[in-house]
Design a protein around this ligand. Sequence first.
Ligand code: PMP
Ligand code: GLN
Length: 390
Amino acid sequence: MVHPVFANLPTTIFEEMSGLARELGAINLGQGFPDDPGPLDIRQRAADLVLNGYNQYPPMAGLPELREAVAGHYGRTQGLDLDWKTEVTITSGATEALAATFLALIEPGDEVVVFQPVYDAYLPLIRRAGGIPRLVRLEPPHWRFDRAMLEAAFTDKTRLVVLNNPLNPAGTVASAQDLALLAEVCVAHDVIAICDEVWEQVVFDGLVHTPLMVLPGMRERTVKIGSAGKMFGLTGWKVGFLIAAPALSHALARAHQFLTFTTPPNLQGAVAYGLDNPGPWFSAMPADLQRSRDRLAEGLRREGFSVLPSSGTYFINIDLPASRILESDRAFCLRAVKEAGVATIPVSALYEDTPVTTILRLCFAKRDATLDAGIERLAQARRLSQAAGG
Ligand code: PMP
Ligand code: GLN
């Protein structure tokens, strides 16, 4: 018999929408990946390492040169003082880092506080590890939590809280005040924070990412997760980083060794090169994306859409009712891909209970021509929806 826990899961919304886009030849503003192929020098380095480098198993915790480069990068950009030998583990993407973390740190029956909208992988992995999710529901337009919401979710069985900051799909960056509140609650309840910070380099308007790990009391109780895929716009590479104090790192590496054991050495070497030689990348990349964000937002507003602010990630959100679209996010999303040729993500798919059904997520990490065609097609979908009375 097939075990029902995973067999009954639906296809994740990102694959569903990318699949429809491929099948229908639609423009894909759904799943988050750039049109651009990524920095040439880093790709060149990876190619050289495939041809001339070492292609056998690298060390389990990652290539030393990459672990050092990760520690150096976080020292320069986020003021973290990391010992690369005991506090940095390389994984096959942030997805594996998340799986390793949940497998290593959850005992059956432990409660895990999770915010909705929730990244697709968290809940199935937490449950498979025996954890019991306690959901905190965030809502547009601000998507913020407060003390009462945290106090309602944290109990004496809470062992972990998962924070995604910057937040996919909302495009928000947690304020200093909200981070301080969460840190205070973690310390008071003796809880470990799992910080999915894959979007840390993709922040706009002069904002600076603050890792929860630097807040008082958090250094020893935080697992920080990063992804080279997002840092360098190479989403298919799946090179992730697990950062934690030595005792936690030891447990995480034990889980990693039986999940993937290692990550392709040539990609690791190329990411190390990128982190050690960033040039202007970490200011130029967000500046370019900010321009794309503004182009998409302005074009959509011209067509009568109401767009929520985006301070980080590749994503911006449309408020459907405020755009005078009355059908649900999923209904409008299916209409847009099937009748107008543009794929998007209905944010309701990222809620497990009491979904917000009024928000559509769009990826703006695209060339101007793609964005302009996307705007036209979304405007067409809006006209069709209104003509149908939706
Ligand atoms: N967490 C979040 C919030 C993400 O948006 C993503 C990918 N977009 C991941 C994890 C997975 O990252 P990776 O591709 O490195 O596995
Ligand atoms: N993180 C990507 C997004 O939010 C999707 C990654 C995936 O498909 N697993 O669009």
